[in-house]
Ligand binder design. Structure first.
Ligand SMILES: O=C(O)[C@H](O)[C@@H](O)[C@H](O)[C@H](O)COP(=O)(O)O
Length: 231
């Protein structure tokens, strides 16, 4: 499926443009089926976008927000994506949104992923998924060399949350599987900077998906991918 590029002058224009597009999609979902769902990524890129989206007028009480992936750390950790979303998205007009965390206090990350799968049953297909991408070509927690990469990317793996460990990942991760994310009503890849533009160009060349897992989304997502980029 070919990607559509949305190019902005700078990071602020990108954040505002993406917030406009995402809020329109959420509003349309509420209009059509009375509720809307969105899964967002962590990392440094989405912060300004989260702030912009939190200021959009929406019936936020009808919006469920969750994460594409999370570290197996409690929300008090400064490495927590939950904390990032709580501070930057679930604020301003969006305080009424319903947030479903992936992290659960549990003996093992596997137990936590089972709890996260149960808590998110029925949410996918999401109305909106916003993915990020690392300079190693990972997206969500689909890391090159990841312990469960094959399973995560296998379209036959059911929707849900699984664990992932990888050298580049730091903590054990909890991640939605490819099958949970690829058919979102509005599927976005949100990236900034010339470095990531080059990584994306590299990912678009022939090569092994396992080397640059973003290729799974570029090549096999059921929904057309919308790339939002600024220098
Ligand atoms: O960190 C996370 O929570 C996500 O797993 C990850 O996929 C992220 O979207 C990319 O690593 C990009 O991160 P940056 O925006 O910090 O470059």
């Amino acid at each position: 499926m070919s990607a559509t590029q949305h190019i902005f002058d700078d990071g602020n224009a990108l954040a505002e443009g993406l917030a406009d597009a995402v809020s329109s999609r959420l509003a349309a979902a509420i209009e059509t089926h009375g509720a809307a769902s969105i899964a967002v990524s962590g990392g440094s890129t989405p912060k300004v976008f989260f702030r912009a989206l939190s200021q959009r007028e929406l019936d936020w009480a009808k919006v469920t927000v969750t994460l594409v992936d999370e570290r197996f750390v409690p929300p008090e950790s400064d490495r927590s994506n939950h904390a990032l979303v709580a501070a930057n998205l679930l604020t301003n007009r969006a305080t009424a949104a319903n947030f479903v965390p992936l992290y659960h206090e549990a003996a093992t990350a596997d137990d936590a992923s089972a709890l996260a799968s149960a808590a998110t049953t029925g949410l996918a297909p999401f109305d909106v998924v916003v993915l990020g991408m690392g300079t190693d070509g990972h997206t969500a927690s689909f890391f090159p060399g990841g312990t469960r990469l094959k399973e995560a990317l296998d379209p036959a793996t059911p929707r849900g949350v699984i664990t992932m460990e990888a050298d580049g990942a730091g903590e054990t991760r909890l991640t939605f599987t490819f099958s949970s994310l690829h058919d979102a009503g509005f599927l976005v890849l949100h990236i900034e900077g010339n470095g990531k533009k080059e990584v994306l160009a590299q990912a678009e060349l022939p090569g092994d998906e396992a080397e640059m897992p973003i290729r799974a989304i570029l090549r096999r997502a059921a929904s057309p991918l919308q790339v939002y980029w600024a220098p």
